[in-house]
Design a protein around this ligand. Structure first.
Ligand code: NAD
Length: 293
């Protein structure tokens, strides 16, 4: 089994590193938080005192950090100066496409292979090892990364060249944000027009208005399969994270000259909902704002 550096042991990284350790890998784990390091030790990882110490002698370096600036800083300060020529660099964080491409280009300049591999699936999927990985990089980089990603997820897809993993992630989540808003406003209108929410679900979930937001994640309690709405909108995918991904999508659309009016509107609405104090609630709770619940 391989020596793997894991940097960023938060809600997602903690579970992912634990799964690598459970599979027998020698996981050298680093985070700025002592609590995260203690949890990693309990999960079978070896906590180390710095990101550089984690990278020393590692066959692969996996990062799971909040945003592009954290990834770029860790790569420049701790990964590039220490990584051996055969070390594979895998960034699983959700970051902007431009930074993902820049970091990969720097790696290539240094003779290193890097891939972006953001995930779909939340904290529970990270802990259970059932994430979906969308990978951007060369065929060779993808083939090498797959061995590690398959331990942490159930699906690993090659999206294209460097940056394509991040592109897939933000396009998917822009679609999710927009369909959730549309689903919520459809429920709100249906109710105002006197339709029972369960009846509307029974019709729409098998009609042309259906989407994952409707059939798998209906935003009202007691309607459809069990979802965060049945748990007071706790757990699931936080509004703050949806807003982060929508902002990344809008920024990427600006840079690429793409028209994304629904994505822009969804970002505005999630910004308003977060500003009203609901950043920690599941993103389907936006129905409270749209339906005046
Ligand atoms: P988190 O805030 O729980 O964890 C991030 C961790 O990174 C923290 O423990 C923090 O201490 C650590 N960190 C920050 N800077 C560091 C540095 N310089 N060196 C070492 N450690 C550092 O966030 P999370 O929920 O685990 O999310 C991580 C990434 O995964 C984000 O990019 C997020 O958008 C993405 N993501 C999250 C979810 C989710 O449901 N939480 C789902 C999909 C994708």
């Amino acid at each position: 089994m391989a020596r793997v550096a894991f940097i960023g042991l938060g809600n997602m990284g903690g579970g992912m590193a634990a799964n690598l350790a459970a599979a027998g890998h020698d996981v050298r784990a680093f985070d700025l938080s002592q609590d995260a390091l203690d949890k990693a030790r309990a999960a079978g990882c070896t906590p180390v005192e710095s990101a550089s110490a984690a990278v020393e002698g590692a066959v692969a370096v996996i990062t799971m950090l909040p945003a592009g600036r954290h990834v770029e800083a860790v790569y420049e300060e701790s990964v590039f100066p220490v990584a051996g020529p055969d070390t594979l660099l895998i960034d699983c964080s959700t970051i902007d496409v431009a930074t993902a491409k820049r970091v990969a280009a720097s790696a290539t300049d240094k003779g290193l292979v890097a891939v972006d591999a953001p995930v779909s699936g939340g904290i529970a999927a990270a802990a259970a090892g059932t994430l979906t990985f969308m990978v951007g990089g060369t065929a060779q980089g993808f083939a090498r990364a797959e061995e590690f990603l398959a331990v942490m997820g159930k699906t690993v897809i090659h999206a294209g060249q460097n940056g394509a993993g991040q592109a897939a992630k933000i396009c998917n989540n822009m679609l999710l944000g927009a369909t959730m808003v549309a689903t919520c406003e459809a429920f709100a209108l249906a109710q105002k027009l006197g339709l029972d929410p369960q009846t509307f679900y029974d019709i729409s979930s098998v009609s042309s208005g259906q989407s994952w937001s409707m059939t798998s994640y209906a935003p009202l309690p007691g309607v459809g399969p069990k979802s965060p709405a049945d748990n007071g909108y706790q757990g699931g995918f936080a509004t703050a994270l949806m807003l982060k991904d929508l902002n990344l999508a809008v920024e990427a659309a600006d840079q690429a000259g793409a028209k994304t009016p629904m994505g822009v509107r969804a970002a505005e609405l999630y910004r308003q909902f977060a500003d009203e104090g609901h950043a920690g609630m599941d993103f389907s709770a936006i129905i409270k704002m749209l339906a005046n619940l």
